[in-house]
Design a protein around this ligand. Sequence first.
Ligand SMILES: [Zn+2]
Length: 129
Amino acid sequence: MNTVLSKIARGISVCYSEVFPNQNTDYFELDYSGKLFLVADSYCMNPECTCNEAVLNFVQVYPRESRKADSFMIRFKLNGRGYKIHDQGKFNRCELQAIVRHFTADGTILKSLNERFKEMKEEAKEILS
Ligand SMILES: [Zn+2]
């Protein structure tokens, strides 16, 4: 947990799977027009912060088009009101937007991200107490 603590202290977002390792819930999977993505979700764990965001890292695992990982990263607002692109990788904005829309099309993802955000904040309180 010490690395988590130091990330909280430095204001770095922490990956959900780092705090709650579990093969079944580590990543979200996304099928998008023949491409397979793994989506890793990270959160700011500072209990005082009100950013209310998830940092989502979309990694294209199939097909692998280059040796370098094909990925992009966004800061996703947990109230569902959009996102900011953090790193768009090789994806153009249009494609990126379509992928994110597809990912969040049914409300279950948003609900799940909010639950995970809450779990992370609770855990942060434990760590810091
Ligand atoms: Zn924050």
